[in-house]
Ligand binder design. Sequence first.
Ligand SMILES: [Zn+2]
Length: 206
Amino acid sequence: MVLLPARRGTAVRVKAGDVIRVVNTHGSQVVDTWAFVEGTDEFMSMEHTRVCLRKLSPSVGDGLFSNRRRLLLTLTADDTDGGHDTLCAACDPQRYELLGCLEPHDNCTDNLRTAMAQLEVRYRETPCPFNLFMSIRIEPGGVMIWSPPLCKKAGDSVTLRAETDLVLAFSCCPMDVAGNPINGNQPVRDCELLIYDALGRLRDER
Ligand SMILES: [Zn+2]
C-alpha cells in the first residue's frame, strides 16, 4: 500500500498491465491524478480524453488518452456513480490568493512538482488533472457548481489499468477554503493507493 498523505503529492512508476486502485479511505477526499510518459512530452490530457470519449467524464470501460490521443489508462472499476471532474485546473498559489488566503497555502500544483522531483522525472507544465471523486455539477447555461465528493461511503475506490509504462502522480487536494465543498466540508484527509502487477500481486513499495 502506498499512502497518499493529506495535503501532499505522491508519484509512482507503473508498468503496462499494472492495476492501480485509488482508495478514498474516508470517503470525503478529492484526488488530483496525472499520468506522464517518462522522457517524453506526452501526458494524460483531459481535453483529448473528452474528445475521444465524446463525454465529460470517463465511465467504467472507458480509456484515458494522452495529448497524442494514445490510450494510456483504462478505468476498470468505480465504486461511485462516476462523473469525476475533468474540467478544473489543479489548484495553485494564485487560486488561493484569489480566494482571499493571506498566507501561502498547500496546493496541488506544488504537490505535483515536489512528487515528480522526488522521482527525478521532468515534465513541462501542469496538465489539467483527472480529478478523482471531484463533483462539478453542470447546470443549465453551463454554470458550474462545486459539489461534495462522489463517494457513497468511506473506502470507495476507483481502479485504473495502465496500458503503457507511466509515471502516475496524485495529490490529496488541500482545498479547505470555507464555502468550497469539494472535500465534503471535511478536513483534508489521507487516501491510499494499491498497485497490483499484471499477475494480480500487490506491490508494497514504490
Ligand atoms: Zn487541489
